[in-house]
Design a protein around this ligand. Sequence first.
Ligand code: UT7
Length: 331
Amino acid sequence: MKPNSKLSGIIGVGSYLPPNILTNFDLEKILDTTDEWITSRTGIKERRIAGSDEFTSTMAVKASKKAIEMAGIKPQKIDMIIFCTISPDYPIPCTAGILAKELGIKDAGGMDVNTACTGFIYGIALADAFIKAGKSKYALVVCSDKLSAITDYQDRSSCILFGDGAGAVVMTQTSEHGVIDYKLGLLGDEWEKIVIPAGGSRNPASEETVKNRMHYMRLQGREVFKLAVKYMGSAIEEILKKLEMKIEDINWIIPHQANRRIIEAICKHFKIPQEKVFINIEKLGNTSGGSIPIAIDEMLEKKLLKKGDILALSALGAGVTYGAAILKWGI
Ligand code: UT7
């Protein structure tokens, strides 16, 4: 990567995790499941669950404040808010508006992006495009989800996976570090694999839809598992090939934390050494788009990231969307 080329890079990171913990043993009490099954099939031991007074927006505010503080700017300097979520506070308005009010941001563009677990990859790609087009000086990418609000705790094959949390980054124009390249994918043929069947214009909410629990997420787990292994790996492979880079050139792979077995299968198939892969799924479960920025924040706290490290991020989620990004780290 040539220095001084016009790049966009991350200059602040923040995350928020609700203090409430839901363990596998807690789930054993309400479901026909066991800690042994969940641990061996997913690698998850516990997940965080937002309190009744915590929402997607309130978690995002906390993560964003931390990212903005690290960036060393006033919130009012943010001129673009990219809010990635599948559990907005309300269907209308976009959660970006609620966040803007809470942070005192008055002069910014903003939107919600509904790409589920691929939220962070799409979010930084959008920020990169706005910054490179000269349309944003400081972009805030925040991924926040209160998945517990759209999870069916009577469905043992999906509810064991999900947790709540938020991760945020501030991006600006940089020269020595930043986003090198990304790949965004959308498998429209697979859209039914992860769906909330009611509450939209096809099936507006009714007594019937609520009775049939159609306002909760439905997941074809085994099918999504196979798609995740295939596309999260191939997306990284595709960018590396384009950039004429090898897996050895990557210092850290930070995958979306969907299932430990998915991550292990990707490593095996694409011959990625596991020690290069960051995994924190055991304590957090799948937090959707937040999982990658939450992981980055934890890695910073643990001093695992060095300036100049090359990171590969990869994710797959509802849509079915998938994507990967290669970044040079600079904080
Ligand atoms: O972030 C992107 C979105 N989501 C994902 O990436 C999730 C991807 N999928 C997965 O992680 C896995 O497919 C699951 C963890 C959801 C399920 O694991 P699996 O190994 O694919 O299990 P399965 O759905 O094929 O079910 C195997 C068996 C079934 O029993 P039978 O039919 O073989 O008798 C299930 O009924 O396991 C049973 N089962 C459970 N047993 C105990 C399913 N859930 C549970 C459970 N406890 N919680």
